[in-house]
Design a protein around this ligand. Structure first.
Ligand code: AMP
Length: 408
């Protein structure tokens, strides 16, 4: 079964192509036959398409950007008609799977795409104005190229958090907010679910028997508290701005600050939106970058603001892990994933240091050894600590495979 996965972010559009032969899914995530990524520059007037094959070949192409949906269409066409030709014939694609950021309360599991699903994704763009339109553009590009009958599956980033109890999803503002759709949804669900399943597999334990906290620490950062295989609490909320301090997003701050700024400065709603989403977090505090690698380099040169950004990030992470811990009432496994979680031994060590009282202790040599899909806790630790390479695209491909197997 040949599965194309499209994964649209705010400034990039990733895609992967899997060929799943045989009667069962492989236990270890396979390499895609190829993966591609379009990156837009800050002004969104130019785009670069980069394609990597499983054999290590790399193709790169840049072009002037007209619109993101036109670029997506062009990039997809390049995959079989341009220099790359990584797909010999588009008709060989059996299913296309899409990561869709917001499924609201309507979609608690993956679903086949039809006119109703598309209308819902469009309607929910009200809550995810950057992502849902990009996801819909991907679906429509495929319809345009391969025809409306091509089976497409929407896999929602909110779905894994559909089982949050009301005490975790209702905001303590006006009760009427609930009817207006203002509640905690949670995001990064595909990654949190994948990491929980992979952790159980690596530890050779039944997922249902484990209490886990998964830390997705990339440009966007969120935690999930997972019990009985379900997310029961999470840090992102009504929007992906809530919770942890992130690369350029503030995370949770006193809402009184927003009222103060709107009342006492020339700050408009749009400026506030930009400040909180693009100019806060590691970037805002350090004044250097949203990228932890640059913050760490500046700390080595004794930059105080970089040190403060690092310390704030760790403080926010520890505080929110504490909150997830209370929701779970215990902890068997702590998982680190995504760009920072997978690569920063310093963040992992500083975070874990606070949880020694749980009997959690790291094997520092393991932590420093660029571990991927490995346990880095020491043998006596009461909590296992895993570093897992998140594989959202593979997760989406698996969902497509399962949906197709159920309906055949
Ligand atoms: P992601 O959104 O998962 O692609 O993560 C991107 C972020 O991961 C970057 O902005 C960096 O802050 C961080 N990152 C990536 N590689 C490293 C590294 N080697 N060390 C520390 N942080 C890293």
């Amino acid at each position: 079964m040949k599965i194309l996965v499209l994964n649209a972010g705010s400034s990039s559009q990733k895609s992967s192509f899997y060929d799943l032969t045989g009667d069962a899914l492989p236990i270890d995530p396979p390499e895609p036959l190829w993966s591609a990524q379009i990156d837009w520059n800050d002004r969104e007037d130019s785009a670069t398409l980069k394609v990597k094959t499983a054999h290590g070949e790399v193709f790169e192409e840049s072009y002037r950007s007209t619109s993101k949906s036109a670029d997506t269409l062009k990039a997809l066409q390049t995959l079989w008609s341009g220099n790359t030709q990584v797909i010999q014939n588009p008709n060989q694609i059996d299913i296309v799977g899409h990561r869709v950021v917001h499924g609201g309360t309507d979609y608690v599991q993956s679903t086949w795409v039809n006119a109703e699903v598309k209308a819902s994704i469009e309607r929910l763009a009200e809550f995810a104005p950057i992502h849902n339109p990009a996801n819909l553009a991907g679906i429509e590009s495929i319809e345009q190229i391969l025809g409306a009958d091509t089976p497409q599956v929407a896999v929602f980033d909110t779905a894994f958090h559909a089982h949050l109890p009301p005490a975790a999803y209702v905001y303590s503002g006006a009760y009427e907010w609930l009817a207006q759709g203002i509640r905690r949804y949670g995001f990064h669900g595909i990654s949190h679910q994948y990491c929980a399943q992979r952790a159980a597999q690596i530890l050779d334990r039944d997922l249902q028997s484990l209490k886990l906290i998964t830390c997705h620490l990339g440009n966007g950062c969120s935690l999930a508290a997972i019990r009985d295989g379900l997310s029961i609490d999470t840090t992102m909320g009504f929007t992906p701005l809530d919770g942890l301090m992130m690369g350029s997003r503030s995370g949770s701050i006193d809402p009184g600050i927003l009222i103060h700024l709107l009342r006492h400065s020339d700050c408009t709603v749009d400026r506030l939106d930009h400040l909180l989403n693009y100019n806060s977090g590691l970037l805002g505090i350090s004044g250097i970058s949203n990228d932890l690698r640059q913050i760490t380099a500046a700390i080595a040169k004794n930059n105080d603001r970089a040190q403060l950004a690092f310390d704030l990030f760790v403080h926010s992470l520890r505080a929110h892990i504490g909150s997830m811990l209370a929701s779970l009432g215990g902890l068997d496994v702590l998982v680190f994933t995504a760009g920072i979680g997978e690569n920063s031994a310093a963040i992992r060590a500083a975070t874990c240091e606070a949880f020694g009282f749980l009997g959690l202790s790291l094997d520092l040599a393991q932590n420093n050894s660029e571990p991927i899909d490995r346990d880095i806790a020491d043998a006596n630790s009461h909590v296992r600590v895993l570093v897992i390479h998140t594989q959202e695209d593979w997760s989406i491909a698996q969902e497509c495979y399962r949906m197709a197997s159920k309906s055949s």
